[in-house]
Design a protein around this ligand. Structure first.
Ligand SMILES: O=P(O)(O)OC[C@H]1O[C@H](OP(=O)(O)OP(=O)(O)O)[C@H](O)[C@@H]1O
Ligand SMILES: O=C(O)c1cc(=O)[nH]c(=O)[nH]1
Length: 238
């Protein structure tokens, strides 16, 4: 395994799976933010019991074994997965936590519909009621943070209380309208712990092809959060 020596086992195993199953793809991809990336993380390809088991292990390790760390969300009643790719993730993490520890047996899961349903039970939310509950968001990727903004607005509108955010991959990019990292921006704006199982830096460690590593580094630099000095230079130029 290319990354086994440098990274904790659950991260190395996940990265190895992502490379073997082409969950991590290389090419030209337009992202939700409009940025054009030479790599793409397709969580839709966690599509077998084997790969979901690996992913569930990695989420559980992240949430359960590092609870002394203030960036790790600890107290929540409901796991919310933003449509679409967050939906199976919320279900998976809820089920895995419940099977690992009885204290989690009564946590709920919920997700939004991208289009509201106007028949049957109707509405835009499926699953556990969010009103008055501490809600953990689980998603596949954070890039510029737009999906997180949308998810937090849904939770607020339902009367839920955001308790934290955990994603599979932090691409370590800045927000579209600012200079700060999307993750730092969520921490500051929502005042909750935000964490990721793996980051762009971790992915680069796991990739063995030098040319692809370089493309990832270059892209990462282009959309990296700006340092204080860069922010000052930018202000002076304006
Ligand atoms: O941090 P951001 O810049 O918002 O980008 C990340 C988001 O983009 C994708 O969602 P999207 O709605 O495109 O896809 P999906 O319907 O496949 O989940 C991805 O699943 C993240 O939720
Ligand atoms: O930013 C995105 O839209 C995005 C990036 C990525 O790597 N994977 C994904 O599903 N969406």
């Amino acid at each position: 395994m290319a990354s086994a020596q440098q990274l904790p086992q659950h991260k190395a195993e996940l990265i190895d799976l992502c490379i073997r199953s082409q969950i991590l793809k290389f090419g030209t991809f337009t992202l939700k933010s409009g940025r054009v990336s030479p790599y793409f993380f397709n969580a839709g390809l966690f599509n077998t019991a084997r790969s979901l088991t690996c992913l569930a292990d990695a989420f559980a390790q992240t949430l359960l074994t590092q609870q002394h760390d203030a960036t790790i969300p600890a107290d929540f009643d409901v796991i919310f997965g933003p449509a679409y790719k967050g939906i199976p993730l919320a279900t998976l993490v809820c089920s895995r936590l419940g099977s690992l520890d009885n204290r989690f047996l009564d946590i709920g899961y919920a997700f939004n519909r991208k289009e509201k349903k106007d028949h049957g039970e109707g509405g835009g939310i499926v699953g556990y009621q969010l009103k008055g509950k501490r809600v953990l968001i689980v998603d596949d990727v954070i890039t510029a943070g737009t999906a997180m903004r949308e998810a937090t607005e849904i939770i607020k509108a339902e009367g839920g209380i955001l308790a934290g955010i955990v994603v599979c991959l932090d691409r370590q990019e800045r927000t579209t309208d600012g200079e700060n990292s999307a993750v730092e921006n969520c921490r500051a704006e929502y005042g909750v712990p935000v964490t990721a199982i793996i980051t762009l830096e971790d992915l680069i460690v796991g990739v063995s092809d030098e040319e692809l590593k370089e493309q990832m580094r270059e892209y990462g630099k282009r959309y990296a959060p700006l340092s204080k000095q860069q922010q000052q230079q930018q202000q002076q130029q304006q």
